[in-house]
Design a protein around this ligand. Structure first.
Ligand SMILES: Nc1ncnc2c1ncn2[C@@H]1O[C@H](COP(=O)(O)OP(=O)(O)OP(=O)(O)O)[C@@H](O)[C@H]1O
Ligand SMILES: [Mg+2]
Length: 262
């Protein structure tokens, strides 16, 4: 662990995430599924990347492995210049809590805790100092300043997802992973969540990696990675809704299968 590369003046690496030859196989022998097949990716600090591809192409597996929630069978994952792969379960958990935030489609808030308590929970779990002022300010910023004492079941879906974003932000992670964060939301709530993710990148310098099926959501990112059959089959910088929809429609075509440029 703790191999460092290319450190900048702020003490963080210019490269937020690097995957080298990451392979993940589920199941054994005759029913084995190769969910990720030799994936290599490099994402700079302060980038907003959307991950797209057909159902079953390995998007969630990619996020789970890159976030340290699952272990690849082969390959190396570097977060902010430090190697994550290897080590004990406890070491992996510590690494994750210090550097990674995760936003799920179904929010994953604890039902018995209120908004403020949910937001500071990751800091408590990590044994870190709880800056309640920062937590309140963050909740204010995501528009929940008046809801601190509400429980998740007293909030709308969009509000719950904003708690999840605040929870990810207060831990000041190097990389925030979001798996279909707008998948359960109406158009307007989805747009608010996408603006907040953009703000996390543009104002606060975070790095965001977001899985989505929606070309509109992907157009908020600054680049899109396309997956098919567990491989990266393309990358689009400056995505527009139409260009993304068009690429998705042809993702299985032979011409795109040859475009393994990443
Ligand atoms: N825990 C698991 N056990 C066995 N196979 C799995 C497991 N998780 C995923 N897979 C398989 O790995 C492949 C990739 O799954 P993954 O969930 O990463 O796809 P996805 O791109 O996120 O799809 P979706 O868009 O439907 O969410 C699929 O074939 C899936 O069936
Ligand atoms: Mg998925």
């Amino acid at each position: 662990m703790a191999r460092r590369t290319g450190t900048t003046e702020r003490g963080s690496s210019a490269e937020a995430l690097r995957l080298v030859g990451v392979t993940k196989v589920y199941g054994a022998a005759d029913n084995a599924v190769t969910a990720l097949n030799d994936v290599s990716v490099s994402l700079p600090t302060g980038s907003f990347t959307a991950v797209m591809g057909p159902s079953g192409s390995g998007k969630s597996t990619l996020l789970q492995c890159a976030a340290g929630l699952d272990r690849p069978d082969k390959g190396v994952i570097m977060v902010d210049g430090e190697e994550m792969t290897g080590g004990t379960e406890a070491a992996l958990t510590k690494f994750r809590r210090q550097r990674i935030g995760f936003i799920f489609q179904q929010y994953n808030l604890l039902p018995t805790l209120n908004v403020l308590q949910n937001t500071i929970l990751p800091l408590k779990l990590a044994g870190r100092r709880v800056d309640e002022k920062l937590a309140r300010e963050t909740l204010e910023r995501v528009g929940l300043g008046g809801r601190l004492a509400h429980r998740p079941d007293q909030l709308s879906g969009g509000q719950r997802q904003r708690v999840a974003i605040a929870r990810a932000l207060v831990a000041e992670p190097r990389v925030i992973f979001a798996d279909e964060p707008t998948g359960a939301l109406d158009t307007r709530s989805a747009r608010e969540i996408l603006f907040l993710l953009q703000e996390a990148v543009n104002v606060h310098g975070r790095t965001v990696v977001m899985v989505t099926h929606d070309p509109v959501a992907a157009s908020y990112a600054d680049s899109v990675l396309f997956l098919a059959d567990g491989r990266v089959v393309g990358r689009m910088v400056g995505p527009t809704v139409d260009a993304v929809a068009d690429r998705l429609a042809h993702i299985g075509d032979p011409v795109h299968a040859q475009m393994r440029e990443v």
